[in-house]
Design a protein around this ligand. Structure first.
Ligand code: UDX
Length: 431
């Protein structure tokens, strides 16, 4: 099939490359000319494991990019909207980029003779596809949805770092369409992937995405609350959750307590669902608590530190981990950000190390020292805070012996106590 993908960010790039891998002819539409050149040269505009290989393989053959909506719409049967949906100041979803891309698509559709389908892949709150996207398409194209063109919503469930794998090996594919014709054509694109397709309407598809992420975020905040209670009772919450996760109805995943969740999805999506619920007159107390627990969790690292050392002012604190999770340089909503802010507010000297994310964090904090190795950050430190679940922090090679005061506060339950050979004061955040 012939597909066009609007937006060559994280979701757009992965979707485009994977559809090409499935044998479809893919045209990326991107207003940023640098990204157009990158895609045409087979260079991924973002880093994602396995993406470069796919882009190299298909660029110039099944995969190309343009900034010309007309060209892309005329040369494809189906267009995916994969643009960003950031949070507004109040946490509610900001649809301005979706609106602008949809208007451009609508203008291009007005000049197309054949039937075309528009699919929203961007994460949008329920009702957006039918009440925002569809009317804009009709207005700018002068055509009728369901007659001249089809509309659908097809959410993504891609983890950063595993996005290509997740695309090719999904647990579920959700196709929410306004009619059977649109749904059948969208589903056809996924032929070749071994996964059952859930057919539904657009607003249910939109809701499935939010509920998926909100439930995972809820598991984490729930685990953190239990961890905080266990800590006060002197119980290892990891032993508790290991046993609880054996119940097949619960599953062992996303029960790891610690400094909480970050990233581009969980915080934004839970807040957007809270915003939507309030808009329609519902008070989402559980979802708000998920965010509240997550906001408080990183500051517990500093509270624990304050209990352990007299004064933070002037102390050298090593922060290990800046990325929001391991194997990425992404620092969006990283739990390290509120921790470093608080340490600086209290007058600490921060020495940070992260295998990938120091460059990005440098744009947020210019007044901390970025080290090339964990040992460099630890040298003469008064305490160490472990913030990200990097594999290299799991092994205890990086000699806590070089610290002045051997206090290690582990925010991710990484370091196995039995492995610690040195005489250190090792404290868990909630175990
Ligand atoms: C997530 C979803 O998993 C994915 O399906 C969705 O489409 C996009 O959002 P991602 O943001 O890449 O993916 O990260 P994920 O691996 O899910 O982790 C999110 C955050 O939760 C990280 O900060 C991680 O450290 C934290 N986390 C995860 C925990 O604190 N405890 C856990 O048990 C699991």
């Amino acid at each position: 099939m012939k597909v066009s993908i609007i937006g060559s960010g994280y979701v757009g790039s992965v979707t485009a490359a994977c559809f090409a891998e499935l044998g479809h002819q893919v045209i990326c539409i991107e207003i940023d000319e640098t990204k157009v050149e990158q895609v045409n040269a087979g260079i991924p505009p973002i880093y994602e494991e396995g993406l470069e290989e796919l882009m190299q393989r298909h660029a110039g053959k099944l995969l190309s990019a343009t900034s010309d909506y007309d060209y892309a719409v005329q040369n494809s049967d189906i267009s995916f909207i994969c643009v960003g949906t950031p949070s507004g100041d109040d946490g509610a979803i900001d649809l301005s980029i979706v609106r602008a891309a949809t208007a451009s698509l609508g203008r291009a559709l007005s000049r197309k003779k054949n039937y075309h389908i528009v699919v929203v892949k961007s994460t949008v709150v329920p009702e957006t596809t039918e009440k925002v996207v569809l009317p804009i398409l009709e207005e700018y194209s002068g055509k009728r949805a369901g007659v001249d063109f089809g509309v659908g919503m097809n959410p993504e469930f891609l983890r950063e770092g595993n996005a290509v794998y997740d695309f090719m090996h999904p647990d579920k594919i959700v196709v929410g369409a306004i009619d059977g014709r649109s749904g059948a054509i969208i589903s056809e694109l996924y032929r070749g992937i071994d996964c059952e397709i859930t057919h539904t309407g657009p607003k249910t598809a939109e809701m499935i995405k939010y509920v998926n992420n909100s439930l995972l975020a809820t598991k984490i905040s729930f685990s953190n609350e239990i961890g905080n209670i266990c800590k006060k009772l002197g119980i290892d919450t990891y032993e508790v959750m290991d046993a609880v996760g054996k119940d097949f109805r619960i599953s062992p995943y996303f029960l790891n307590s610690g400094v909480g969740f970050g990233g581009s999805c969980f915080p934004k999506d839970v807040k957007a669902l809270v915003g939507k619920a309030k808009d329609i007159g519902y008070d989402p107390i559980l979802l708000e608590s998920v965010i509240n627990v997550n906001d408080r969790q990183p500051l517990k690292m500093v509270e624990l530190l304050e209990q352990k050392i007299d004064r933070i002012t002037g102390k050298k604190i090593a922060v290990l981990g800046l990325a929001f999770k391991n194997d990425t340089d992404d620092i969006r909503e990283s739990r390290s950000i509120p921790v470093i802010s608080e340490l600086l507010r209290l007058g600490a000297e921060v020495f940070a190390y992260d295998p990938m994310a120091a460059g990005n964090m440098g744009k947020v904090f210019s007044n901390i020292t970025y080290c090339d190795t964990a040992v460099e950050a630890l040298a003469d430190a008064d305490a160490c805070l472990v913030m990200t679940e990097w594999e290299e922090f799991r092994s205890i090679d990086f000699k806590f012996g070089v610290m002045k005061n051997k206090l290690v506060i582990d925010g991710r339950h990484l370091i196995k106590v039995k492995d610690i050979k040195e005489d250190i004061d090792y404290v868990g955040l909630c175990w």
